[in-house]
Design a binder for this molecule. Structure first.
Ligand code: HBI
Length: 362
């Protein structure tokens, strides 16, 4: 039993998609690093188990070799669970089994079946930060079983994400948090827009390109190209659009481009669990235009910190682009500071951990 306010020994287990810092793991990489910052600042002791080549200070990370997992969002709802030969996911959890007695709580960041299935076999409690909405029947089933057996251990980012699961009422929303010192507020923008994120069909980059193809404005694109053919097709479809792909930039370089933009376009085709990029923009004072869908719709305050648009409506994006000057960029930064700072995030996380650790032992 851990008293509230005491410091915890936490073991983070990263996504098996790729090394931390590579961008291959997508938004959950940034979430893990921000949680590491937030909780370390509060005096907790954290170690991270992650795939080899992960970029972290040596004393904090235990790197593990092995083959990466297939991205869950590229599978269908009925696709059976896959584990490759010499799975890095399986190898990471062998490490967890060996280390578990040194920790008060284990936090799983993988959106994968194995960590959830293993939970009842461990002696140390496991919390799962579920980083996407419902994607497959097998995952829904195993997450639901753990939600039942271990109350409050299923963490999510937003209510919209929780609502995609049949066990929505058993999810524990923690929001997200960012090191806002990394994002510089910029009062006066230059004349371009930004789009940020993994370049893959569920992010619907084509809608943002279609919108700027109509308005004639420049669009700077940053993020990991997960699906090259998909990106090539967009460029072929809009040969005259004024787009500029800058690659996957780490936070400091990325925000140097983002902060000077007139606005960020967020065009998710799926229910985005949260929308890290929304907070990153607000932190720079950049208004956000987002489809009224998923996490971003719970964050953007229409007319105050951006505009919410009818999902999949390019005309709606164009109309919102013309209304960007109505937004006060200072208000955008203030929302990030009030709700999404590392301190605010750490408080929500500690409340989550106390809730989990004060449960009677199963
Ligand atoms: N797919 N199999 C698998 N495992 C993950 O941890 C995972 C994923 N797809 C995407 C992803 N994680 C992250 O990019 C999102 O959760 C943010």
């Amino acid at each position: 039993m851990i008293a509230a306010g005491q410091s915890y020994r936490l073991l983070f287990v990263s996504t098996p998609l790729g090394p931390l810092g590579s961008g291959v793991g997508g938004g959950v990489e940034l979430t893990l690093l921000n949680m590491l910052d937030a909780l370390t600042q509060q005096g907790h002791h954290i170690q991270v188990v992650a795939p080899q080549q992960s970029q972290l200070p040596q004393d904090e990370v235990i790197t593990v070799a092995g083959a990466p997992q297939i991205p869950a969002q590229t599978q269908t709802r009925q696709t059976p669970i896959h584990l490759p030969e010499n799975s890095v996911l399986a190898n990471m959890w062998l490490q967890v089994l060996a280390l578990q007695s040194e920790f008060d709580l284990i936090i799983n960041f993988a959106y994968d079946w194995l960590p959830l299935y293993l939970t009842p076999f461990l002696n140390t409690p496991v919390a799962h930060l579920i980083s996407m909405g419902s994607l497959s029947d097998a995952m829904d089933q195993i997450i639901g079983q753990m939600a039942d057996q271990f109350p409050h251990t299923i963490g999510v980012h937003t209510q919209a994400q929780a609502n995609t699961f049949p066990f929505a009422q058993h999810c524990y929303p923690v929001g997200n948090g960012f090191n806002l010192d990394l994002y510089q507020f910029t009062p006066e923008p230059e004349d371009y827009l930004c789009w940020l994120g993994r370049i893959a069909p569920e992010k619907a980059l084509e809608d943002a390109v279609a919108a700027v193809d109509q308005t004639g404005q420049a669009l700077k694109i940053m993020g990991h190209i997960q699906d090259q053919a998909y990106f090539d097709h967009i460029q072929a479809q809009f040969p005259n659009a004024n787009i500029d792909y800058l690659g996957f930039l780490e936070t400091t370089a990325m925000q140097e481009v983002l902060r000077h933009s007139r606005g960020l376009l967020v065009t998710p085709r799926w229910v985005e669990a949260f929308g890290n990029v929304v907070i990153e923009a607000l932190a720079c004072g950049v208004p956000v235009i987002a489809y009224h869908r998923g996490g971003p719709a719970e964050i953007v305050q229409p007319g105050k910190t951006g505009w919410l648009v009818e999902p999949d409506s390019v005309d709606g994006l164009v109309e919102a682009i013309h209304k960007l000057p109505e937004i006060d960029r200072q208000i955008c930064r203030q929302q990030a500071e009030q709700e999404y700072s590392l301190t605010a995030f750490a408080q929500r996380l500690e409340q989550w951990f106390v809730k989990i650790l004060s449960q009677p032992d199963q």
